[in-house]
Ligand binder design. Structure first.
Ligand code: PLP
Length: 404
């Protein structure tokens, strides 16, 4: 008898490491060199974590052998609490901070603790796909609200309002956004906060890219704007501190915590069932948040991240048949292909054929739960030479498919 996966996994996907990624690994095993622009992992592209983070992990490794408290080491949680004070999120105490194995684990845990079958959560489209998946895995129903490319990928507020039902429990916001690079204005965020408050919905604010901002963009933490409902803010070491492999992330509870006693009990139960987050990484959190913020140098106009983003944007938008909203934050571009112009069936064929013929790996837009099949995501982490090489190949591939 064959063994079958749970039906809960039906229709769940994670295209960033999906079948096309597997094909790329297969090609690599055959000796082909693939330019991998599919994943927001800074280290392989020559970005090092700040030295003091590495130093702290090494120095503390002996003390990191045992399990820690399920919510995390006191010093790490205290550092996150101080961070909330410095960015203006009111009323966060040490017990409102949970440390996890990256934001990923905390997203899964917070949805598992919240949802009953058929409960609905409003998730952006496009989204970072773990959000959709974690809602579905917890038995809930992800309901996508549109982020509108025509309005710089801002959330369509009317669409959010239209999609609220009596089963809606929460709204997810990713700001700065992966994959679009949008950074939301205070006005947009305040309007969403009011909708959540009026409808008694929890806000999930994924702010893992809150320091990766370009061209003077300002990040407004949702926790500073939503005080009359529960707000969960997510952040971590993976992007701002280029330490994705250490698996260190945090969750901050703010706002109407007194009305969320049962939910917080659930969070504590699930946190304790998985014992604790990776302890060595927790020793780095205080240093990361309190140390020199070298990410600011990288995103300044003279910095490597900025230059790579600008080059990718200039070159991608110079390709006939491609348009793109310029990112204000994060590590990606989410360009649009004019499918009337190219003889391509859609994003998936584009990504697959580009990989096989040109050895460049991207992610199709539909992998981010975007309803139209005419977008793709490109990562801006590689050094300029690699980006130029990849974009030369994309350009060459598309010119062969250009019908004009
Ligand atoms: N949230 C967003 C928007 C991301 O882009 C990512 C990783 O790419 C994550 C969460 C997961 O981050 P972590 O490495 O902390 O699990």
């Amino acid at each position: 008898m064959a063994f079958y996966k749970s039906t809960r996994l039906d229709n769940l996907r994670y295209e960033i490491r999906g079948p096309v990624y597997e094909k790329a690994l297969e090609l690599e095993s055959q000796g082909y060199k693939i330019l991998k622009l599919n994943i927001g992992n800074p280290a392989p592209f020559g970005f090092d974590a700040p030295d003091e983070i590495i130093h702290d992990m090494i120095v503390n490794i002996r003390d990191a052998q045992g399990y820690a408290d399920s919510r995390g080491l006191f010093a790490a949680r205290k550092a996150v609490m101080h961070y909330t004070q410095s960015i203006g999120i009111p009323g966060v105490a040490i017990e409102d901070v949970f440390i996890g194995n990256g934001v990923s684990e905390l997203i899964l845990l917070t949805m598992q603790a919240l949802l009953d079958d058929e409960d609905e959560v409003l998730v952006p489209s496009p989204d970072y796909p773990l959000w959709t998946t974690s809602v579905a895995l917890a038995g809930g129903k992800p309901v996508h609200y549109i982020c509108d490319e025509e309005s710089d990928w801002n959330p369509d507020i009317q669409d959010i309002e239209r999609k609220i039902t009596r089963r809606t429990k929460a709204i997810v916001l990713i700001n700065p956004n992966n994959p679009t690079g949008a950074v939301y204005s205070k006005d947009v965020l305040a309007r969403i906060a009011r909708i959540a408050e009026e409808n008694q919905l929890i806000l999930f604010a994924d702010e893992i890219y809150d320091k990766i901002l370009y061209d003077g963009a300002v990040h407004h933490p949702m926790g500073t704007l939503a005080t009359d409902t529960l707000c969960l803010t997510f952040g971590g070491l993976s992007k701002n501190y280029r330490a994705a492999g250490f698996r260190g992330g945090w969750l901050i509870l703010s706002g109407a915590k007194q009305r969320a006693k049962s939910y917080i009990e659930g969070l504590n139960l699930l946190a304790s069932l998985r014992l604790c987050g990776n302890v060595p990484a927790q020793f780095a959190i205080q240093t990361a948040l309190g140390g020199y913020q070298s990410i600011h140098d990288l995103v300044a106009p003279t910095g490597r991240l900025y230059k790579q983003m600008q080059l990718t944007y200039d070159r991608i938008t110079a390709i006939p048949g491609i348009t793109c909203v310029k990112p204000k934050g994060a590590l990606y571009l989410f360009p649009k292909l004019d499918l009337k112009r190219f003889d391509l069936a859609g994003d998936e064929q584009f990504i697959y054929d580009l990989l096989v013929k040109q050895r460049v790996l991207l992610v199709p837009g539909t992998g981010f739960n975007y309803p139209k099949n005419d977008h793709f995501r490109i990562v801006t982490l590689p050094p300029v030479e690699q980006l130029n090489q990849a974009i030369d190949r994309i350009e060459g591939f598309l010119s062969e498919h250009d019908t004009e």
